[in-house]
Design a protein around this ligand. Structure first.
Ligand code: HEM
Length: 508
């Protein structure tokens, strides 16, 4: 009897698995193939992710290899998009720039960030602005936009330069890891500009906070990769079943506790300064919120802690990946390095401020080219359709996931001549610029529409300040011969080994 029940249960289990792995996703995908979208990269449960993992671990050593090479095949050059799966959900990957543009305009009305992409982050760190939707997102975005006003960014250049100098000085000059150094700069600058606080006056897990957070992220990444975690979604975490579930939760709580301490200290300091009649003591969000009569309740303070975390990760991870990759490309292309060095040194006696930064045309071109070739955001955080609607000529069903594959256009001959070449000149050449401008949605390293990157101007200023400081301070570095440029996916796109070089200061 028991054997019969067991056999029956096994059959039901297998049938359910086959249904979830093949029948349901393929049936839902057929709704889109019938409308003319190609089915690509269908793999039970993993979909396109499988191709990226294969590219990352295969001889290509580049998680983005297939997506970058898609438009090389002439038949694939003018695709609207393709449909794959993630779990049993169909995912439409938009390729055509005009369709991407339309999606970005419609994103807040018809979509929200997918549960798959956001669930764990929300459980650990809350929503903040990045994972909020609807009215809640609008309120937070409006509040944050105050801190990104042009005048405020202008005031932050000095802060970025001071932090950059301090952190480069702290490194062992015989072995400077660009990614880790800029991660520290990005994180510190993010918190100082946002909160007006120096996080280095505190400790986390018995070490300096940036190191503590990095240690936690590594632990979190192995936790997320665990097959049981993947299979059970948030269930194990919610019920705190394993030791690792508890450890991951405790870690996130300690990070939040640390930031709450920082926030409370800054609130006290700012209130005291305000009472002393020092108006506009600083331009941090805390001053702005206090002036607006906010930050009176525990809830408001907790929400600010979460916003701070959003900010910290957005500022730390993106800018550091970009600068580390930029260093690799200029390091291996002498003519580009020399031209950049010449431009930066030609202004070496001028103050570094936002106005003077406008003169560095070649630097701007190098950054734009880095964002194209090796930027940290080749696509969006996945979205889920909230209702049936039309996108271009396609009918999109509620529950379908959609993503924009920006990198497809970055590597498309239609917009970028010789797209595999790292060529900053293209951003200074009128004919090539015309080609890029054929479609305003072909180049969106910071995304577009109302949910574009709120920190994009801040990021550009920060990258410029770091690069100007670096080139004024150090002589040309050599990329170690054994360095492998192996692109992987972690929290964003980064290299497996981190470029680490010996640096020599210029003689003044
Ligand atoms: C090279 C640097 C950066 C790149 C390439 C970049 C790119 C992006 C992209 C593509 C998005 C849209 C994500 C999505 O909707 O799925 C985004 C959103 C966001 N970024 Fe950035 N980012 C950079 C730096 C920064 C910095 C320095 C900050 C803060 C100081 C920041 C703060 C944010 C925030 C808060 C959002 C969410 C906006 C919202 O949902 O309304 N980013 N970023």
């Amino acid at each position: 009897m028991i054997t019969t029940i067991l056999i029956a249960l096994t059959f039901i289990g297998i049938a359910l698995l086959l249904f979830k792995a093949f029948i349901q996703p393929l049936y839902r995908i057929s709704f889109y193939t019938k409308q003319g979208l190609k089915q690509k990269f269908f793999v039970p449960f993993l979909g396109l992710l499988y191709q990226m993992i294969k590219d990352m671990n295969g001889k290509q050593k580049d998680a983005m290899y297939t997506l970058k090479h898609l438009p090389q095949n002439i038949k694939e050059q003018n695709l609207d998009g393709f449909v794959a799966n993630l779990g049993s959900t169909p995912v439409i990957y938009l390729l055509d720039a005009t369709l991407i543009g339309e999606f970005l305009q419609k994103q807040t009305e018809y979509y929200q960030k997918s549960e798959f992409a956001t669930k764990m982050s929300i459980l650990l760190f809350g929503k903040g602005v990045v994972f909020s939707e609807g009215e809640e997102w609008k309120t937070k975005r409006k509040l944050l936009s105050n801190t990104f006003h042009y005048n405020l960014i202008q005031d932050q250049v000095k802060l970025v330069l001071n932090v950059t100098e301090k952190i480069f000085e702290q490194q062992d000059q015989n072995s400077v890891c660009f990614l880790q150094t800029v991660e520290k700069i990005g994180g510190d600058v993010g918190l100082m500009s946002f909160l007006g606080a120096d996080i280095n006056n505190y400790t986390l897990f018995g070490q300096e906070p940036t190191a503590g957070i990095n240690q936690y992220i590594n632990q979190l990444m192995s936790y997320m990769k665990n097959p049981l975690t993947v299979l059970m979604g948030g269930y194990l975490f919610n019920n705190q079943v394993r030791g690792s579930d508890k450890k991951v939760k405790q870690g996130s709580q300690e990070i939040k506790n640390l930031l709450k301490k920082v926030v409370l200290d800054v609130i006290d300091r700012t209130k005291n300064q305000m009472n002393d009649g020092k108006q506009n003591v600083d331009t941090s969000i805390i001053s702005l919120m206090l002036k607006n009569g906010q930050l009176k309740t525990e809830e408001e303070i907790d929400e600010l802690v979460i916003l701070t975390l959003n900010f910290y990760f957005a500022a730390k991870d993106t800018v550091s990946r970009l600068v580390a990759n930029l260093m690799y490309y200029i390091g291996k292309n002498d003519h580009i390095y020399n031209k950049l060095e010449k431009e930066i040194l030609s202004f070496k006696d001028e103050e570094i401020n936002i106005e003077n930064m406008k003169k560095y045309n070649y630097l701007e071109a190098v950054i734009k080219e880095s964002l194209r070739v090796c930027g940290p955001s080749p696509f969006l955080i996945q979205r889920t359709a909230l209702q049936d609607h039309n996108l271009g000529k396609y009918k999109i069903q509620k529950g379908t996931d959609v993503n924009c594959v920006f990198i497809y256009n970055f590597y498309n001959e239609k917009y970028f001549e010789n797209p595999f070449e790292f060529n900053p000149e293209r951003w200074l050449d009128q004919a090539q610029l015309e080609k890029i401008k054929i479609n305003p949605f072909s180049y969106l390293p910071f995304s577009g529409g109302s949910r574009n990157c709120i920190g994009q101007y801040f990021a550009m200023m920060e990258i410029k300040a770091i690069m100007i400081y670096f080139m004024r301070t150090y002589e040309k570095f050599q990329i170690p011969e054994n360095f492998q440029y192996h692109i992987i996916i972690k929290t964003t796109i980064e290299t497996k080994d981190h470029l680490t070089c010996s640096l020599k200061k210029r003689v003044k």
